[in-house]
Design a protein around this ligand. Structure first.
Ligand SMILES: C[S@@+](CC[C@H](N)C(=O)[O-])C[C@H]1O[C@@H](n2cnc3c(N)ncnc32)[C@H](O)[C@@H]1O
Length: 274
């Protein structure tokens, strides 16, 4: 089979150089960004070898990652890897090749950058991002995701990646429903807008009827009970990364037909208590 694009370039490369480059990337993003291949493999239902290759491909985009890093460091922030698994996120996009991606929670744009890199590598897809930005007020006491005054959501995303990006500023409570109505189906959803359980429940309920077989749902800062029930309501299993609250599930065959309502299942779960 003839290999094209990223795959061809990958095969012509030097594996030692690639391994070094991956180590450098993790250094740049912080140690918690070390990829968890087995998680990527479980979530996508692919082999560990394929998952590993997909993660490793990120090394072909070190220029963009360095640009993201330079942008954030230029404002004096030392901590910028907000989404804990950016390399895994890139691999999820590579392996599932989504057309419609929706993200809730952008901040400076770390997760957006890696979703857009996956789109670039696939030469397919569009990322719709929603963010209600919080701004830095002074040098202390800010939320870790607060963006510098005068900037905007996703300001640090490298310019060259923005072609396939539809960024909307506002609360997901107001924007998510209309956006989903516009795009019709959802292939990958990434939740990273931590507010409270009700907000998370709202997002899980909003996306449910737009999911189809093979859609991926990724969420950080999850309420595990709500997330597990959301997965179960479409017949999926949620997998969590390194015992963290970052989870993901893949929708099985039959998703999209009217079955159980997440709202009903989730409310039941909450009413049962811990
Ligand atoms: C943890 S940060 C996102 C980090 C980002 N994914 C990254 O990788 O850097 C959460 C973001 O959600 C935003 N946010 C908070 N409440 C929101 C809401 N109701 N709707 C949309 N975004 C919200 C915050 O202002 C912040 O920008």
């Amino acid at each position: 089979m003839k290999m094209v694009g990223v795959e061809a370039r990958w095969n012509s490369g030097d594996s030692v150089k690639r391994a070094r480059s991956l180590v450098q990337t993790v250094k740049l993003l912080g140690s918690r960004s070390r990829p968890e291949i087995s998680w990527v493999s479980k979530v996508t239902g692919t082999t560990v070898e394929r998952a590993e290759r997909a993660v490793d491909e990120i090394t072909m985009y070190s220029e963009s990652i360095e640009e993201l890093s330079r942008n954030i460091e230029s404002t004096g922030r030392s901590y910028y890897a907000q989404f804990p698994a950016p390399l895994d996120l890139f691999a999820l996009v590579r392996l599932s090749r989504p057309q419609n991606l929706v993200e809730s929670g952008v901040a400076s744009g770390v997760s957006s950058t890696f979703l857009l890199l996956g789109i670039k590598a696939n030469s397919a897809g569009i990322l719709h991002s929603i963010d209600f930005p919080v701004f830095r007020k002074g040098s202390r006491g800010n939320q870790p995701w607060a963006i510098p005054q005068g900037m905007y959501s996703g300001w640090a995303v490298p310019t060259k990646l923005r072609e396939r990006w539809d960024l909307r500023q506002g609360r997901s409570e107001d924007l998510l429903g209309p956006l989903l109505g516009e795009i019709g189906t959802l292939d990958l959803y990434c939740h990273d807008s931590p507010v409270d359980v009700k907000h998370f429940e709202f997002e899980m309920e909003s996306i449910r009827k737009y999911l189809r077989p093979g859609s991926l749902v990724v969420a950080d800062n999850t309420d595990k009970k709500v997330f597990d029930e959301a997965a179960r309501s479409v017949g999926a299993e949620a997998f969590y990364r390194r015992h963290s609250s970052l989870g993901a599930f893949r929708c099985p065959e039959g998703t999209g037909t009217e079955r159980n309502s997440t709202r009903a299942v989730v409310r039941h779960a909450i009413s049962k208590g811990p």
